[in-house]
Design a protein around this ligand. Structure first.
Ligand code: ADP
Ligand code: MG
Length: 208
């Protein structure tokens, strides 16, 4: 991961969010307040508006800036949660180029920061249900000597599996938890946007 790849990744997330904005909102209308697509769109539009005007010297600067913009642009729970994830990843990558192991450690820091802030664990039907298996898959491939694109591909597959596995769960965190058992049978919106974020990473890495 270098500065160009970090920038391209963030652009790819913004494009995926644009494409799937209505779907994310539709998922959130079933078990939330129907704003997840709007929140993600607003956040990543702020990022794509501001990032091209910056001259980052490290991968970390791209990601910290992304996180800060998400926090200031998004009102919903997902803004501070994703914002803290990107900021923590960025703080772990104060270097111009990160190898696969360094990026794996940064992903773990991002996940830890979301869990510190939101106190969700796997099975609570949140973005953690996609994020945690994605980090685990990335680490697994990295430790086995796989390259960045292979690790990112495995992470995206794991995130999508985790996303689908949220459907039968009852929400224990976030707005969806107010529905109790009525949250069962719906895919979690935040797990879905997390899967988009990891798929964007995999596609960006594979395209190099
Ligand atoms: P809001 O719930 O404020 O309307 P969004 O609709 O943008 O915010 O995001 C909702 C998503 O945020 C949920 O689908 C869930 O994945 C995620 N989420 C909510 N609370 C938490 C939490 N405490 N920890 C992790 N993720 C959470
Ligand atoms: Mg919402």
């Amino acid at each position: 991961m270098d500065i160009t790849l970090a920038r391209t990744w963030v652009q790819a997330i913004a494009a995926a969010v644009d494409e799937h904005q209505d779907y994310l909102t539709q998922l959130d209308s079933a078990i939330g307040d129907a704003d997840h697509g709007t929140n993600m769109h607003r956040g990543f539009r702020a990022v794509t508006a501001a990032l091209p005007g910056t001259e980052p010297a490290t991968v970390g600067e791209v990601l910290v800036k992304t996180g800060s913009l998400l926090i200031s642009a998004v009102g919903g729970a997902s803004g501070p949660l994703y914002g803290s994830a990107f900021r923590a990843m960025g703080r772990a990558l104060d270097i111009p180029t990160a190898d696969t192991a360094q990026f794996a450690a940064a992903l773990a820091a991002g996940l830890a920061s979301v869990q510190n802030l939101g106190a969700a664990v796997p099975g609570d039907k949140t973005m953690i249900d996609a994020f945690a298996p994605a980090v685990e898959a990335f680490q697994h491939i990295a430790q086995a000597g796989g390259d960045f694109a292979a690790a990112a591909g495995a992470a995206a597959d794991a995130a999508e599996d985790g996303m689908r596995a949220t459907t039968p769960l009852q929400a224990r965190k976030g707005r969806a938890s107010y529905l109790g058992p009525r949250s069962i049978g719906h895919q979690d919106p935040g797990a879905t946007s997390t899967a988009l974020i990891f798929r964007a990473l995999a596609e960006t890495a594979a395209a190099r």
